[in-house]
Ligand binder design. Sequence first.
Ligand code: SF4
Length: 425
Amino acid sequence: MMKLTAQKERAHFAKAGAEEDAQEPSTSSIRFEPISEESIHQLKRFLPTPKGYWSDVDDKNWNDWRWQLKSRVASLKDLEGKWNLTPDETHGAELANSKLAMAVTPYFFNLIDPNDPGCPIRRQMAPNVQEMNTAPWELSDPCGEDSYSPTPGLVHRYPDRVLFLVTDRCAAYCRYCTRSRLVSNATGYDFKPDFERQLDYIRKTPSVRDVLLSGGDPLLLSNGKLEELLRALRDIPHVEFIRIGSRIPIFLPQRITDDLCAMLSQFHPLFISVHCNHPSELTQESRAGLERLANAGIPLGNQSVLLRGVNDHPDVMKALLHKLLMCRVKPYYIYQCDLIAGSAHLRTSVRRGIEIMRQLRGYTTGYALPQYVIDAPGGGGKIPVNPDYVLEHNSERVVLRNYEGRIFEYPEAPWDQDTDTPVWD
Ligand code: SF4
């Protein structure tokens, strides 16, 4: 990019200052609570997770993912005596089974502060009676997936890729889940994938070159079942690329066994998108699980959901992004929380999201930066949302604002209409 000379720069600053005033992002009024350097330092540590409430369980069971699943905290009775419950949480837990089941693995449960209802992990896991409040604009299927489903369990919304839902089960349930209409089957959705029909659609649709396995959590399938499915997908010549979306490395890192990694490594190119929202979710155990996947040659990306009181602060988000890179995970998306029914208490504003992005770009490693997106309600797909870096763009120039707020100009290429190519003097 052309950098302006000092004189020109001053002129541009003076002129563009007026433009900047006129176009100052409306986010600038947002003030974030200061967080001490010591707190950020603590957040960035990879701590081992103690057995906590399960201190009498032997290591063999504790490190067994099946034991973790069997021993999940899944009812109000399980919570009592462990947490100081608020009335909203108590009522939420009573009602959870009519909306989205509650379940938390013992490993992940031990990351939660029993005395602080504002604990960022607890806010994601604890049912809350506020989930029963549905605003008029909230939806049970906020991304309109069901209307893009050519066969049960398959969503074909974009031209060259499909979402392949494999199960309605997860190791733990996130209270803001976009698919809470079907995940855990608390609402009686009765999700019944039919892998043969789903595969058949892909076989007959040559435009599908990318398949994302999701759910529910595909890594809850047995190794054998998952291998069968991956092999069937790999046998389809036009499927170039397979992805798995999973929160297992975060909820249940014990599931990332050497056997699982060896099996997955047969199906490259295979990518995994994990879902991690807060730096405290990255422990010694989850880091080791992610490293096992990375060592199996699987590129890892992360998708976070922007959540109020969880990660809607630039310093917390930055700590998360830095820790992800240390775990060899590339931050991929930050989602504005979908308009899922009963999630208003967990949503934050788009203004806040844009300001967080503005405080990241330029201030930290480019590799750490995810794309902030809104999955448009009703099935519009993911739309990037960015601070305003392009202030003006016409046939002669592009006026740009850098991360410090300084203004630069880049000349637009004169265009030869006849040859459809740029013409430089
Ligand atoms: S892990 Fe994913 S699919 Fe499962 S409850 Fe959480 S957001 Fe929903």
